[in-house]
Design a protein around this ligand. Structure first.
Ligand SMILES: [Zn+2]
Length: 197
């Protein structure tokens, strides 16, 4: 019988296969001098409750939480999110002890991976009404900064708000927000065209 880790690894392979956005980010990592290998840089592991994944910068490895990521869509979203962190760590000087640097990469990851709906409002875990894409990105980034730094909402939102404008408009290396598969293919197409120039 398949172990939880086996099925997580199978879902990772499926996600990579069906996602132009994942392939784009992996290619961009290669181009930025950080060659990526699936076996070396992705690890399916059990995690503590509430976590979907993580980027372990000491091992330079993406962690996919096998007890949380049980379907291909969740694995895909988590991979894209963590790949954005890996790309940021590879292509710029990030000091993870600086809350503004962390807030920036969390805004970028939420912007490019997590918030898929450009328009609609939704209720978050505390039944607060979240309006639109920018609020979704702010909310996700806030949550990550709170969890990683162990700070309260006021400290996390101060950091997120301070970097928001600059980091929300920084769409490198994807070049656009992708709300569906078609937009992912368009991003991949434009990215490949640029690389061949
Ligand atoms: Zn993150």
């Amino acid at each position: 019988m398949d172990t939880e880790q086996d099925s997580c690894e199978r879902l990772v392979a499926q996600a990579v296969n069906k996602s132009p956005l994942i392939r784009l980010l992996i290619s961009a990592l290669d181009k930025s001098g950080c060659p990526f290998s699936y076996d070396r840089h992705i690890s399916c592991e059990p995690c503590k409750k509430g976590l979907a994944g993580g980027y372990d910068r000491k091992l330079n490895q993406l962690v996919i939480c096998q007890n949380y990521c049980k379907d291909v869509a969740t694995v895909e979203k988590t991979l894209v999110h963590e790949l954005v962190h890996m790309y940021d760590y590879c292509s710029s000087t990030i000091d993870f002890s600086n809350i503004y640097h962390l807030a920036c990469t969390e805004v970028r990851a939420a912007n490019l991976a997590d918030c898929k709906n450009p328009l609609s409002s939704f209720l978050d875990g505390n039944f607060r009404l979240i309006k639109g894409h920018e609020d979704c990105v702010k909310d996700r980034a806030n949550r990550s900064v709170r969890i990683i730094y162990g700070v309260n909402t006021a400290v996390a939102s101060e950091a997120v708000n301070k970097v928001f404008e600059r980091c929300y408009s920084d769409l490198e290396p994807v070049g656009r927000r992708c709300f569906d598969k078609q937009q992912q293919y368009a991003a991949f197409h434009n990215y490949s065209k640029k690389q061949n120039l």
